[in-house]
Design a protein. Structure first.
Length: 376
């Protein structure tokens, strides 16, 4: 078996002992062949879900019926989850979801997958099963739909965004013409996708090492305008580190608040996206300390990237500890001032004095300034 599977080898051995007909499928096979780190291990088997649960249980493994409608059971081995899915064929698709029936035909199951590079499977002994030329496509950097591209897109319009995710990571040279034609025709279908899935795929595209060409292709085919109507400029992503939120801030030319609300970004993602639109760090050491006192270092670093500042600015930021204002409300109350609006007002005044001095005054000096202001 591939050396990329070494970390999970003991757990996989237990799974294959319980399910001897199973094979590794999809992304783990693709990434092992590409000599990339394998994150998740998925398996498929001709056994029906009830038989899978029974076999795992008999082997002393925990089995969780996480998606029985689609034949998926999660096996817990040494505290790690492995999805095991019964072989399937599509009975009916609606552009996003499918009704499936079970099959024992591995090629029939592979035929319902999206891209040739994701349709390969590997047995416990390392034998590779490749019904549609996925290994050759992976070696050539060719992201190609399984079978007829238009049919695969019509089955699930999310595959449009998945195409660009895999194109950004594995694609080289001219993209597949049949795929591009099917995607261009399928753009209206993107409106049927949930905003959560759109953001999930967009994040993965933006996390690719160099997503610029894929984003430009998305723009040319009308995909970006369909999923990010706020406006985009793919050229602005060039040179940025693989940080999806930072790259989203660069990509957007429109209202980031509207983008965050429409795609239902998490509170942390939305807060950071909006914060990145602020002014970049500038000035002398005192200015940088003041900036760090009010803004998280990672936000200032992101603003520096977006402003096109040289690495020296980010190095300067990294070399400065974040200043922390040394007083709290109890320091004011200790002077005999009762809790109330004046406590907050005095703290704000002292903090303003502390900021003006470059955030270097210590607790004693701040308390002395507090006492002076309280007595005035």
């Amino acid at each position: 078996m591939a050396p990329e599977f070494a970390e999970a080898a003991p757990a996989l051995a237990r799974l294959f002992a319980a399910l001897p007909q199973a094979r590794l499928v999809g992304g783990c096979v693709r990434d092992a062949l590409a000599r990339q780190k394998v994150a998740d291990f998925d398996l498929a088997t001709p056994d029906l879900p009830d038989s899978v649960i029974a076999a795992l249980t008999n082997a002393g493994l925990r089995a969780i019926p996480t998606g029985l409608d689609h034949g998926t059971v999660t096996a817990i081995v040494d505290g790690r989850g492995f999805e095991v899915t019964s072989l399937r064929r599509d009975v009916l698709t609606d552009g996003r979801h499918a009704q499936v029936a079970w099959t024992t035909d591995w090629e029939e199951d592979a035929a319902r997958r999206d891209f040739t590079i994701n349709a390969m499977s590997m047995a416990a002994d390392g034998t590779l099963y490749d019904y549609f030329g996925g290994q050759a496509d992976l070696a050539a950097g060719h992201v190609r739909f399984v079978g007829e591209a238009a049919a695969r897109v019509a089955e699930d319009y999310l595959r449009i965004l998945r195409f660009f995710r895999f194109q950004a990571r594995y694609g080289r040279g001219e993209p597949d013409p049949a795929a591009l034609a099917a995607i261009a025709a399928g753009v209206p279908g993107l409106a049927r996708l949930s905003v959560e899935r759109v953001w999930s795929e967009l994040k993965r595209i933006l996390a690719a090492p160099e997503p610029g060409e894929a984003l430009s292709l998305m723009a040319r085919l009308g995909v970006l305008a369909a999923v990010v109507p706020e406006g985009t400029d793919p050229a602005r992503v060039a040179g940025l580190p693989p940080d999806p939120v930072l790259r989203a801030a660069a990509l957007l030319t429109g209202d980031p608040a509207a983008f965050a609300a429409r795609l239902k970004l998490s509170a942390a993602e939305a807060e950071r996206l909006l914060a990145l639109r602020g002014p970049p760090p500038e000035g002398d050491v005192a200015d940088l300390r003041r900036a760090l006192a009010d803004t998280a270092p990672e936000v200032l670093e992101g603003r520096s990237w977006l402003a096109g500042q040289p690495p020296a600015m980010r190095a300067r930021l990294a070399g400065l500890p974040r200043p922390v204002f040394p007083l709290e409300g109890r320091d004011v109350v200790a002077l005999g001032i009762p809790p109330g609006p004046r406590v907050g007002a005095l703290l704000r005044q002292v903090r303003g004095w502390w900021l003006a001095g470059g955030c270097v005054a210590g607790p004693a000096d701040c308390r002395a300034e507090l006492a002076r202001l309280a007595a005035a």
